[in-house]
Structures are given as C-alpha cells and as structure tokens.
Design a protein around this ligand. Structure first.
Ligand SMILES: Cc1cc2nc3c(=O)[nH]c(=O)nc-3n(C[C@H](O)[C@H](O)[C@H](O)COP(=O)(O)OP(=O)(O)OC[C@H]3O[C@@H](n4cnc5c(N)ncnc54)[C@H](O)[C@@H]3O)c2cc1C
Length: 415
C-alpha cells in the first residue's frame, strides 16, 4: 500500500494543474485517472485562454432565439427531447442565473479567477518549457449583423471599465488581421490580450511531465473505487491501494459518478460540445481563433488543422453522439473560411461540466473531511485550470489564497 499527502482524481487540465501546484509546494501527490492524461474534455476545446471573459453564455432572453432553439433551427444549442424533463430543474436555475443582475454578480465573482488566468498559464509554461504552445495573438469575435454587434455593447463597456483590452473593427480592418476570412461579417472585436493554445492535449501533457519531474506519481485507477479507511481515503488502483488524508475530485463531467459516495448532490449538468478538424484550402490560414458569434461556432487553428467547435447540446452525458449542429454551422463556416476536407471520419464529442450559475466549485466538499472539489469549469476549464490549481493548493496547504474562495464554495447550493 502506497501513501501520499494528496490523491487527485482526474487528470484533465484542472486535476493536472491542481496536482502540479501541490507538488510544487512540497507535498507528495498521486494523480489518478482511468485513461491517459488530458484525454477527456480537456483534449477537445477551442484552445482559448479567455482572460477577457465578462459574462457567461446565458439562457436566451428573447423569444425569437428561444423559438428557433425549440424548433432546432438555431446552431446555438441542440437538445434531446427525451432528456428535457431530467434537465428542466437545472435549466430553470440556469435561466434564473441569467437575469441581468445575476450576470453582473457572476461577472464580479469570477473576475479574480479570470484576471489571473493568463498569468498562471504563463508561469507554468515557463517552468515546463511549453511556451511554444501559446499564441499571443488574441482572438476575434465576428458579428454578421449590426444587431448582433449592438448586443455586445454592454460587455465592451464593462471590459473597458476593467481595463480588458479589445479593439472594435470593421470587416476590412479584421481582414487585415486575418486575410483568409471572407467579408461576410460587418463587425469584429479583437480581444487583444487573450492567448490561445495550438494543442490543448500537448499543453496538459507538458504540465503532467513537470508534475512527474517534481516527484509526482501518475497512477491508473478508477475514482469510483474511492472509500474511507479511517482516518484516510483509499483508492484501489492498478498499482495497488493508495492512501492519503486528502483527496481532490477533479473529474470534469464525471463528477456525478461520485455523488453517492460524496453523500451530496449538486445541481450539475453538462453542455455537450463537438469538434472536428478540417484542412484549409490552398494557403488559407488563421493566426488566432475566430468566433462567428451569431452562428455559434468557433474556428480554432490547431496543429491538427482548423478545429471547428460547436455550441451547447443538452443531452445525457453518455447518450450517443448527435452532431446535427455541424449540419447547421458548416455552410456558414465554409462561407467565412476556405475549408477543405475533414481530417477525421467523425466529430469528437465532449461535455462541458457546468453548474447553473456558471461558476466552478473550488474548495472543501461539504460534510466530508479531507475531501476537496475542483470541478464545474464549464466553458473555461482550459482558461482556469492553473488559477484553480493555485487557489486550491493554497487552501489545502493553509496559505493565504490569492483571492476569496467563498464564491466558489459548494455550500452556495446547500443553503
Ligand atoms: C467544444 C468545447 C470547446 C471548449 N472550448 C474551450 C476554450 O476555448 N477555452 C476554455 O477555457 N475551455 C473550453 N472548453 C471547456 C474545457 O474544455 C473544460 O472546462 C475542461 O476541459 C474541463 O477540464 P476538467 O479537467 O475539469 O475535465 P476533463 O478534462 O474531462 O478531465 C476529467 C478527467 O477525469 C477522468 N475520469 C473520469 N471518470 C473517471 C474515473 N471513474 N476514474 C478515474 N478517472 C476518471 C477522465 O478520464 C478525465 O481525464 C470547451 C469545451 C468543449 C466541449
């Protein structure tokens, strides 16, 4: 039987960053996953480190968008009809959290984490010799209509008040940055300070390599084997039983698999999302990710090709893939950028782990000593992994946390 100070369950970007921050503070740490590092949700994102985020995606407030989604005519969201009764309470809570005053509260609660997001990645890539995976060209949000651009005005005003750099551009100025884009849009916003990743899997692997270089253990095991052997926690792994006084649960969309064991139930759901890589035609290229805001997809240049990512799909996590949003977005994507053939036969499916208030849970698990949670990072797990790692490592080691962790406590759902 092996013993460590901390066991981290889940080697996505969040768990890996937590494990690395803990080992950097001198603790012995085992990072447990049933598959290889970084191959869950963290493999498939759009690669944007969005320190600029102001408002989270919200429940549609206008009737026409809602009707289009209900009729499955919007690329912004898809749903499985049979799943709706199951997710209805979560959607109701998400809708409540989408009221304008609640969105401002969320923005204020999340700002300390977002403000730290890029700096924490910078510090880690420096020590991991992984800076070449980061592209410092910002990202572009495109608006095809004046109405769509006007809807972003509040976000831009708030960004200004927080000193978050952005430049509003017309189509011609945006095409000076990205000459391969076709002039099918009227407005763009260049978020100049954002950073993007050319290969999210390679970045997580680089953080994991640094973790092992500092003495951390990566172990194959099933988190559902976690149990108490007083006064410790134990996980039965492929290398035998592993004990520790502290355990961090960083299972991304698989968090509910431990709810029974944790003795808690949190309002958790997944927003599924797909990606597929395409080769560019001829010399067409992109220097940064591009979001076609009103069409709900992102074109993200990756080492593997141009990665097209889709919006939310509300369906059971493990239900069979239904990548119908691609049928919706591909004509718009091909109109915007010269895409050649797809790289893979089928799209990849992932699941964004989400709480209805769009905040993660970072901190102690209620009513369980030595159990910590780092989960629910929704659209920003890549962005916030390292900042989460620092915050949780500071909490576990009893040092002053860089920001107040209260807004991320699980207790907010248990009152
Ligand atoms: C299409 C799409 C686009 C996105 N774009 C962005 C973006 O541009 N920027 C951004 O910041 N975020 C983005 N995200 C969100 C981001 O990818 C997620 O928030 C993030 O990957 C979550 O990381 P995680 O470590 O919590 O979960 P995961 O990466 O899913 O890691 C969880 C780990 O737990 C392991 N696991 C599960 N069950 C068990 C078990 N029983 N035993 C042991 N191990 C287990 C899994 O194997 C996995 O490795 C996007 C997501 C999607 C789907």
């Amino acid at each position: 039987m092996a013993r460590t100070d901390v066991i981290v369950l889940g080697a996505g970007i969040v768990g890996t960053a937590v494990a690395l921050h803990l080992v950097k503070r001198g603790l012995s740490v085992a990072l447990v996953d049933r598959t290889a590092v970084g191959e869950g949700t963290s493999y498939g994102n759009a690669g944007i480190i969005e320190g600029n985020t102001i408002f989270p995606p919200s429940f549609p407030s206008d009737f026409s968008t809602l009707i289009r989604i209900a009729l499955k005519r919007s690329p912004l969201a898809n749903y499985h009809l049979r799943f709706l009764p199951q997710i209805a309470p979560w959607l109701a809570a998400f809708r409540a959290a989408s009221q304008p005053t609640r969105l401002v509260e969320t923005m204020q609660a999340m700002r300390p984490l977002f403000a730290r997001a890029i700096g924490e990645h910078d510090a880690l890539v420096e020590e991991c010799s992984a800076a070449h995976y980061l592209r410092r060209t910002g990202w572009l949000k495109l608006y095809r209509s004046d109405r769509g651009f006007a809807a972003a005005a509040r976000e831009l005003d708030l960004a200004k008040s927080f000193g978050i750099a952005n430049v509003a551009l017309d189509s011609e100025a945006a095409r000076a940055l990205e000459p391969s884009l076709q002039p099918v849009f009227r407005h763009a916003v260049h978020w100049t300070g954002a950073v993007s990743v050319t290969d999210p899997l390679a970045l997580t692997r680089a953080y994991a390599a640094r973790f092992t270089a500092l003495g951390g253990l990566i172990v194959t095991g099933d988190a559902r084997m976690l149990h108490r052997v007083n006064p410790h926690w134990r996980v039965d792994t492929a290398s035998g039983p592993l004990d520790a006084p502290d355990v961090v649960v960083a299972l991304g969309p698989w968090l509910p698999d431990l709810f029974g064991l944790l003795g808690i139930k949190l309002p958790f759901a997944v927003k599924r999302g797909y990606h597929r890589h395409f080769r560019p035609q001829g010399n067409a290229s992109l220097a940064r990710p591009v979001l076609d805001a009103e069409n709900g997809y992102c074109l993200a240049p990756m080492d593997q090709g141009i990665r097209i990512t889709t919006g939310a799909e509300f369906a059971a996590r493990d239900a069979a893939p239904t990548p119908v949003q691609f049928d919706c977005v591909m004509p718009a994507a091909r109109e915007l950028f010269a895409l050649a053939e797809a790289v893979e036969a089928q799209p990849w499916l992932g699941a964004r782990p989400c709480f209805p208030d769009s905040r993660p849970v970072i901190g102690r698990a209620p009513r369980q000593s030595g159990l910590w949670l780092a989960c629910g990072h929704a659209h920003w797990g890549l962005t916030l992994g390292p900042a989460t790692g620092r915050l949780l490592a500071e909490m576990i080691t009893g040092t002053t946390p860089f920001c107040d962790p209260k807004p991320y406590a699980a207790e907010r759902f248990l009152q």
